[in-house]
Design a protein around this ligand. Structure first.
Ligand code: FAD
Length: 407
């Protein structure tokens, strides 16, 4: 009989962690990670930050050095795309036809960028930012004094805008909604980020609908529905991502805006786990189905998934947290603010670069956005996970040590 083999599809945050965790959980068979990018798992967040600016290089991004995987017997097949999955025969197929057998399988296929299907979207210089090769292409269009237009005022768009300003480019952000970050934060945060970006020389335009791109072979203008036009040497579109679920779908697994996983990160087939941006799970903190796009979720789900594939069921029950770096601002976010009924501010968002927003539902905190305020972030995490009741007046009182909210 051949050696049991666990194949992990996707070699990024979730896939790499899952492979390592399989060993930690005692998986003795073969572990093979198949990824379509030509790199070992690397940190994606610096792509819109220090990798874009050139401060970090590919080698600096790797999550673990190759030797660490070799030491524990994790094999990689990189630059190869899995295109077929058959649950009955427990096989998968690569794009060039090669077939592999698996006894257990993990899907860590992540997400891909949402594309804008508009006239001129195929012009040179109209770009997206998801992986190393995207940034390498973007680099060809960078330059002191050149004009960059960012379509989408979400975290990726704003981080990219901040970095391009650092590179001394002229930057405009075009956002269709009435404020930036409208999907994820309160108006107070949106106004704060708009102020900071404008202070840093970046122009933010909200309520602007992009309808197409102009240029001869290469982009030169962005056209908007209100008749306005923005000159551009480079356009970066950051309008969100979609989960990579096609393999799961063709294999008949349950998919609903993400591969549906249970508390143990198993799919509707007990021999197949899934983790990271490609999944949708029931979150016990928020009592609803969620598809999260964060490093922390990818890593934590990967650990739970590996345990389940090894026959040890643990419940995925982590409080979501995220971060975003723009200019000198380190934003740390604990929890999810959707469904809040009151925002309580601690500090001054209008005159400083340091404050925190506590999102309350009833008398309990459900999320905290902390800007250059690590203590508020740490305390917020505890308030949320311990479901403590808090008095808004005490939150606002910056004279009180924030930790006293836990008393
Ligand atoms: P992914 O990283 O998307 O990896 C999936 C991998 O699987 C990819 O390499 C993909 O090519 C591969 N793949 C897909 N299908 C196949 C197939 N059929 N065959 C083979 N390979 C396949 N998160 C934060 O928490 N904080 C941040 O500050 C932050 N900043 C970010 C900045 C940028 C620019 C980007 C793009 C993301 C950022 N994120 C951030 C999000 C974070 O990077 C993702 O949540 C994380 O990468 C998810 O990891 P994953 O392994 O689930 O999926």
């Amino acid at each position: 009989m051949s050696e049991p083999c666990c194949i992990v599809v996707g070699a990024s945050h979730a896939g790499g962690q899952l492979a390592v965790s399989l060993r930690q959980e005692g998986w003795e068979g073969r572990v093979l990670v198949i990824g379509d990018e030509p790199y070992l798992p690397y940190n994606r967040p610096p792509l819109s930050k220090t990798f874009l600016s050139g401060e970090k290089h590919v080698d600096d991004l790797l999550i673990r050095p190759e030797t660490q995987y070799e030491k524990i017997g994790v094999e990689f097949l990189l630059g190869q795309r899995v295109t077929g999955l058959d649950r009955e025969s427990r096989t998968l197929t690569l794009s060039h036809g090669e077939t592999f057998s698996w006894s257990k399988l993990a899907l860590a296929t992540g997400a891909r960028v949402r594309k804008l299907d508009l006239p001129g979207a195929d012009l040179k210089g109209v770009l997206y930012l998801r992986d190393i090769s995207d940034v390498e292409t973007i680099r060809q269009f960078l330059g002191d004094g050149k004009k960059a237009v960012i379509v989408g005022g979400g975290y990726i768009g704003l981080e990219t805008a901040a970095m391009l300003r650092k590179l001394n480019m002229e930057v405009s952000v075009l956002e269709a909604a009435e404020r930036v970050l409208s999907r994820v934060t309160a108006p107070e945060l949106s106004h704060f980020y708009t102020r900071i970006h404008e202070e840093e020389g970046c122009r933010i335009h909200c309520g602007v609908q992009v309808i197409g791109f102009g240029g001869e072979g290469r982009v030169s203008d962005v056209h908007c529905a209100d008749g306005s036009t923005f000159a551009a040497d480079l356009v970066i579109i950051g309008i969100g991502v979609m989960p990579n679920t096609s393999l799961a779908e063709t294999a008949g697994l349950e998919v609903d805006n993400g591969i549906v996983v249970n508390d143990a990160c198993l799919t509707s087939d007990d021999n197949i786990a899934a983790a990271g941006d490609c999944t949708r799970h029931f979150n016990h903190f928020y009592q609803r189905q969620l598809r999260l796009e964060s490093v922390q979720n990818a890593m934590e789900q990967a650990k739970v998934a590996a345990a389940a594939l090894c026959g040890r069921s643990i419940q995925y029950n982590a409080l979501p947290w995220f971060w975003s770096d723009q200019y000198d601002l380190k934003l740390q976010i604990a929890g999810l603010s959707e469904g809040y009924d009151q925002v309580v501010l601690r500090g001054d968002p209008d005159g400083s670069r340091k404050f925190a927003a506590f999102y309350l539902k009833g008398s309990k905190v459900i999320a905290v956005d902390a800007i250059n305020s690590p203590q508020e972030f740490m305390t917020g995490k505890q308030l949320i996970s311990r479901e403590l009741e808090v008095d808004p007046v005490r939150i606002q009182d910056a004279e009180l040590p924030v930790k006293s909210l836990l008393d």
